[in-house]
Design a protein around this ligand. Structure first.
Ligand SMILES: [Zn+2]
Length: 430
């Protein structure tokens, strides 16, 4: 392999991250066998594994895929505590965000937490965060796995940590001005929140481009390269992607490295499969499909073959950075995050790419089915604070959208700051 391997010193845990692929595959089979054995302690999975037979020291992937059914979010919600391993009292209870339905309770044992925080630390390190960084964490803590996971991971990494919670603009402005006695050099959060802060920080007397931040680690949402370009230019930092999902553990599942060509999935902790969304059958490497994950270390919530609802593809080629763990493409979209107008699928990420390419368009927007028959794509967007919208703004956007989608479009351009900014993940479809 002709990879100009980066020196081992750039890894958080070189032994594991650069493990030769055959050893990594053997480790995965051993961990998979343990994961299935452990899952039998949970009534829900015990029933599903009734006909599976004995598991030895190693479980080959093919047998696992043939014998273990996929688990969807509705099934997990319906199973409730029957999906928890019996005999382990959880040390921490968190919950899903409820973005797509009622919350699901997520239990963690002490062992789960230790392992999870170490994986988040590795993820942040791979993104470029270092122990000598002073890190802002403008993320709600509460039962949100993103906040708790990042808090634990940053503590593990040894950074100076300033957890700002669900931040307001003045609070972040204060932190950037050095209110805590340090110049913050890194920030961890939601990309949509960063785009909002970019607009509002000047009103609090802070120029985001002049901030001391050098690196940002963002995730928990599908975000486009266009959004990344806006965040990087606006804050003058390097914006890196990471992947996580609450049901599996939270953040810390996959991380973008300096090569910025996909996200390394931590194969010593998770098994990833890409399946056809309709048939549930595995697709070949490189083909897009639904990401299915099996955590290999969880004690209390031993999920098997969980459908994430996120679309990705597996990149089989080795990475330039020298890490051997296979990469996922950046999450292109959440499969249920689609607006259907007269039979045409409209994805927020595609509209975002188009809108963010236009300088006078602000960062805030949402889509809806509008018109009496809900047959029109309604696009509500804000003009940017810095550049006024041209007189033919609505027509410009309508035309651009109609070039890609053959649907009726109704565009409403709102003044800067007038659209609702609910805290947490951005709701692009309303
Ligand atoms: Zn890499």
């Amino acid at each position: 392999m002709d990879s100009p391997a980066v020196t081992r010193a750039v890894c958080y845990d070189a032994e594991v991250e650069c493990m030769p692929p055959p050893r990594l595959a053997a480790l995965r089979e051993a961990l998979l066998a343990r994961a299935v054995t452990r899952a039998r302690r949970a009534p829900f999975f015990r029933e599903r594994l009734a006909g599976f037979g004995e598991v030895g020291d190693r479980l080959p992937l093919a047998r696992f895929q043939e014998g273990v059914p996929l688990t969807g979010k509705q099934e997990l919600r319906a199973a409730g505590a029957r999906a928890w391993a019996e005999g382990d009292a959880p040390a921490l209870l968190l919950a899903t965000s409820g973005t797509t339905g009622s919350r699901i309770t997520l239990p963690y044992s002490g062992g789960d937490l230790r392992r999870w925080h170490a994986l988040v630390a590795r993820t942040l390190w791979t993104n470029g965060v270092r122990a000598d960084d002073a890190v802002l964490l403008p993320v709600p803590l509460g039962v949100f796995t993103g906040g708790q996971g990042m808090f634990g991971g940053l503590r593990q990494l040894g950074c100076r940590l300033i957890p700002l919670g669900a931040t307001t603009t003045p609070a972040l402005a204060d932190a950037l001005r050095g209110a805590f006695g340090v110049a913050p050099t890194a920030i961890v959060g939601l990309p949509s929140h960063m785009l909002r802060l970019l607009e509002t920080l000047p009103t609090a007397g802070v120029d985001p481009a002049g901030s001391p931040l050098r690196i940002g680690s963002f995730g928990a949402e599908a975000w486009t390269e266009a959004a990344r370009a806006r965040i990087e230019a606006g804050f003058g930092l390097v914006a890196m992607d990471s992947y996580g999902i609450g049901e599996i553990c939270g953040p810390g599942i996959a991380a973008e490295c300096a090569a910025r060509d996909g996200l390394h999935l931590w194969e010593d902790a998770f098994l990833a499969e890409i399946v056809d969304r309709t048939s549930g059958e595995p697709v070949p490497d490189g083909a897009p499909g639904e990401l299915v994950l099996t955590p290999l270390f969880r004690e209390v919530l031993p999920l098997l073959r969980y459908r994430t609802g996120d679309e990705a593809a597996m990149i089989p080629e080795p990475c330039r950075c020298g890490r051997t763990h296979r990469r996922l493409t950046r999450i292109a979209r959440r499969l249920d995050d689609v607006l259907v107008i007269t039979g045409v699928n409209i994805e927020p990420a595609d509209i975002e790419r188009l809108l963010y390419g236009i300088p006078w368009v602000g960062n805030e927007f949402y889509l809806e089915a509008s018109g009496e028959n809900r047959d029109t794509l309604g696009i509500h967007l804000e003009a940017s604070e810095r550049a006024p919208a041209p007189p033919d703004a609505e027509a410009q956007i309508s035309e651009a959208v109609r070039r890609d989608y053959h649907v009726r479009v109704a565009v409403a351009v709102h003044p800067f700051g007038s659209l609702d900014r609910a805290p947490g993940k951005a709701r692009r479809i309303r």
